[in-house]
Write a new protein. Sequence first.
Length: 637
Amino acid sequence: MMGYRGHDLDLRTPQTWRAAADEPPQTGKSLNGPARGQGYSGEHEIPIWVDDTVLACCNHAFDVALAHRSGEVRVEHLLHALTRIEDAADILDSHGIRAASLRRETATAIASEMPVTLTNGSSSPRRADAFEEILRLAAAHAYQRNQPVNVEDLLYVFLEMRPAIPGIELVERHLVNVRRERPERPQAVLRRRSPPSYAPPSFPPFEPRGYDMGDYEPRERVRRTPGRFFAPEPASRPVRTEMPLPESVQAATDHLQNSRLDALEQMVRAISGQIAGQRDEASRFSGGLFDRLQSLETLVSNRPEGGGIAGVELLLQRLDEVEQSVRAAGPREFDLTPVIERLAALETKIEAHPQVVSGEVDLSSLLHRLEELERHVGEKLNESVGGLLQRFVAIEQNAQLGDVLGRLGQIEQALLGRDGLGTGDIDARVGDLAEAVSLQQATLDDVRSMVSADVREVNLAINEQSTNLARTSESLSELVRAVESLRDEERNTVAQVSHLVGGYRAEVENFIVQANDNASNHNSALKEVHDALMKLNANQHTLAGSIDQWRSDGAGDLAVVAARIEGLEEKAGRPMALLENLSASMENMHRLTVERYHRRNRFWYWLFGTDDWVAASWPSQSQRIEAERAALRQIQS
């Protein structure tokens, strides 16, 4: 299983979590970590539980630090790795952090650091205290949810906790003003833990109760396809390696320098491609603008030839509709208000669209149609008046007053020739007839008055129609004058547009010339940059050779110095051994002297004159003296 490549920080995923073999139960350290700058000791270090994305970011940060020959894996390397891994970059964008600009600034900060030369020990960069502290703080926040550390926990440390660690301010610089809405996180349950959906780790402080680790089978970690900027996992990386030979050091140095030069060359090619794209866009924009101005000029110059005919045809069509509506109205309807409204609407449309009316307008057909309309209305009025007169004559003929008077005379003669029988009845009948005749006469008078009123109304309608026709003629004449004024204004507008088009064409040509000059300047600048990069490459190769030569010379000198120091240490060790022997002899002499002093001050010595009264009682004293002398010689030797 893949872990952290630096081998000085224990990062584990949920699939690779295992407790340390020599770790006692219920031990560990505080999640808040040690004091600033002290770091974590190896005997008290506990692993950090992270997810696959954070582990990939940490490994990428280590690879970046190794490629740039940095001494430590710092916060800048971690931020740069967060912008390189696709999943982490998506999370940064969702939280309102501009990943592209953050990537550029962190890359600048990493490239500005002076590289560290290779040493006799391990050439791998060690983890910085700030780097580990950020991971520990994120772990403390993630363990409240009983979850591994993810990218959001790192952002919580960067944006919410904000510890006094250099390098975190880079995130604040690239944070947009209006943050996007973050999804609500579930609050941590402090009193009652819910059963997790994964196998809990075997580490005692974080192991949920009620689970048996034997019930869970170890499963393989889900591997994702590495991104474009994800470095491959090395087969094995030893913790400490011996100092390589100068030839291998030279090869490694050349490989690193060539890789960095290849990266710089790719950046220069990308910049040149962007400049070429901008030049193509500028030429495309200038050509499109020139074509649009030319089409506009052509449209304006060609419009007066067909616009006037189309406007006149539309006007004649509308007048035909007005004439048909007047003819279908009947002989007794002479209200031309709709005609006036239609003409007013037509005039409004013409004023609103002055481009429709242009060129010379021939209104002879319009005047001819108006004359026909007026003649048709007059004929209809004459026909209606003649019809009224015929109706009056028919009414007088139907009345037959002469027959009535003749019949009355006959009745009177017949009555006078009789004897006067039924005189009262005849008088009554004659009175009735007289009343009927007077009633018919009154009816005729009423009909005459009604006909006279109708004739007066017809005359008034004719006069009103004549007035309306005169008003319509005046409106048409005003419309003609307005059309002529609009035509003059359009001619002036066409002249102004032509002048503006000429000015725009000159500006576009100047812009094209400036774009070509800028392109040539960019090409010359790129050539200078390429020459400078070639010189920089040569200088770096020279510097690398000098450093390797100095390293080889220094290694030989150090070997000579080490040999001499070893000889001095051996020579310095001999007097120390003699001094130690002398010190031991002096201690023995001092011990014997003290013992003899104590023996001589005892009661037996005072009484017998010796401390060994048993030996003194024997006659042979010389043997005892020789034994003491031999013991003294042995001590001195």
